[in-house]
Design a protein around this ligand. Structure first.
Ligand SMILES: Cc1cc2nc3c(=O)[nH]c(=O)nc-3n(C[C@H](O)[C@H](O)[C@H](O)COP(=O)(O)O)c2cc1C
Length: 400
């Protein structure tokens, strides 16, 4: 089988060096990569590096190897074009359809999916001109990955950092797998919760659960690759931030509730994949609880936590908002799932059977998705990502 052909566009940002790692990941995972840097990008990383790492010639202008008509051919034959980093300048040229170098010509001739991973200073990213260019590109079907928040060139920090190359690679992999299908969640804001809450007893101990967060992260990554703006509310996962996803870290169920209520205000869909503790210790000891000679420990009194899923289902932030819950059941999965769907009032409930070695922490999952409209969608055993895609298919149907 032919290797998938990827064009890696690199524009002139300080993060150009990170594209070397993206290139390596693409080639090592069996992709044929043609790097097309802009002239500015070569100030940061030279043509020799791109050529040696890709095993292909490198040109920036349309005037090299003219007999091969590269300004048309490279784009025509690509299965995916990814531009990382994408400068403010490159986004502007792409949005306006300029074709003044090899990369912008390639963007005009490509009929495959296109991913832009912008990186720039926060002020540039927030400028109305850049916002409009990004909106134009998204409207036309490109996946524009949100930059990460963190250290920028120099001493400042803020939004504008190129996401981790490993995470950009994940976006590319998913977009390639979906092919030319238009990003059906483009223009949508989705909120995903992931992980498991921890309810502290004292500064060193907590009541927790076995949720790893992998299913929620798979949901966040797949939604971003389908064009959504994603807010991921992460409870104690320790997983790397997915590219293009706004991550909010939370600890307890009460903190998660606050974060959910804030995030859902303008959300089109909310998927509550986090395992939220039903109860928390009534009291929190400010100092570590000590053993006392000859005395039994004090019993731990529990109080109920807020039921976030039921609350956001009952009081939708706006009509048409789709709410999805997860039910982890250890027995009588179907009956418990149906009862929970009715009790919570959400639109979809993903029911899976869990146990010590099932689902939690594993890369795979198996589920039955119950719809409030009576539908049942069985999801066979497979990667958590496959379940995530089916959840978004069902959400996208309902948003339409
Ligand atoms: C040290 C340095 C770092 C830069 N980093 C960025 C950046 O991260 N993002 C950006 O949009 N522009 C950045 N620029 C400005 C671009 O290089 C400049 O806009 C250039 O015209 C971009 O050309 P290109 O889009 O054709 O690659 C940087 C410039 C310099 C000198």
């Amino acid at each position: 089988m032919d290797k998938p052909k990827v064009v890696l566009g690199v524009s002139g940002g300080i993060a150009a060096y990170k594209a070397c790692e993206l290139l390596r990941r693409l080639t090592e995972s069996g992709h044929e990569v043609r790097v097309v840097p802009t002239a500015s990008a070569l100030h940061f990383v030279g043509a020799a590096t791109w050529s040696a790492l890709s095993g292909n010639p490198v040109a920036t202008e349309v005037w090299d190897d003219v007999h091969e008509v590269p300004h048309v051919r490279i784009g025509q034959h690509a299965d995916l074009v990814v531009v990382a980093p994408a400068t403010a300048d490159l986004l502007a040229r792409a949005a306006h359809g300029l074709a003044d170098d090899l990369l912008t010509n390639t963007l005009l001739t490509a009929r495959c999916p296109v991913v832009f991973a912008p990186a720039m200073h926060t002020e540039m990213w927030e400028h109305p001109a850049v916002r409009e260019n990004v909106a134009t590109l998204r409207r036309r079907g490109a996946v524009v990955v949100e930059p990460a928040v963190g250290r920028l060139t120099g001493v400042d920090t803020g939004k504008g950092r190129l996401p981790d190359p490993a995470e950009i690679f994940e976006v590319c992999r998913r977009v390639l797998a979906r092919g030319v299908t238009a990003p059906d969640l483009a223009g949508r804001h989705v909120v995903v919760s992931a992980g498991g809450t921890r309810e502290p007893l004292d500064p060193v101990r907590f009541l927790g659960n076995r949720s790893s967060g992998k299913q929620g992260y798979a949901l966040a990554r797949t939604a971003a690759a389908r064009g959504a703006r994603v807010t991921l509310l992460a409870a104690n996962t320790g997983l790397p931030d997915p590219a293009g996803v706004d991550v909010v870290q939370v600890g307890t169920a009460v903190q998660l509730r606050e974060a959910v209520l804030k995030a859902v205000a303008d959300a089109d869909a909310v998927v509550m994949a986090a395992a939220v503790a039903d109860f928390r210790p009534q009291t929190y000891a400010a100092g570590k609880i000590k053993k006392k000679d000859g005395q039994d420990p004090e019993p731990v009194v529990l109080v109920r936590n807020p039921d976030i899923l039921a609350e956001i289902s009952a009081e939708r932030a706006h009509p048409g908002q789709v709410v999805v819950g997860f039910a982890a059941e250890t027995d009588d999965v179907l009956a418990n799932g149906r009862a929970k769907l009715a009790r919570k009032g959400c639109d979809l409930l993903v029911v899976n059977e869990v146990g010590e070695r099932r689902t939690f922490g594993s890369e795979e999952n198996e589920a039955l998705v119950l719809g409030a409209d009576g539908t049942e969608t069985p999801v066979p055993h497979g990667p958590k990502e496959a379940l995530a895609e089916i959840v978004w298919d069902l959400v996208a149907d309902r948003l339409r």
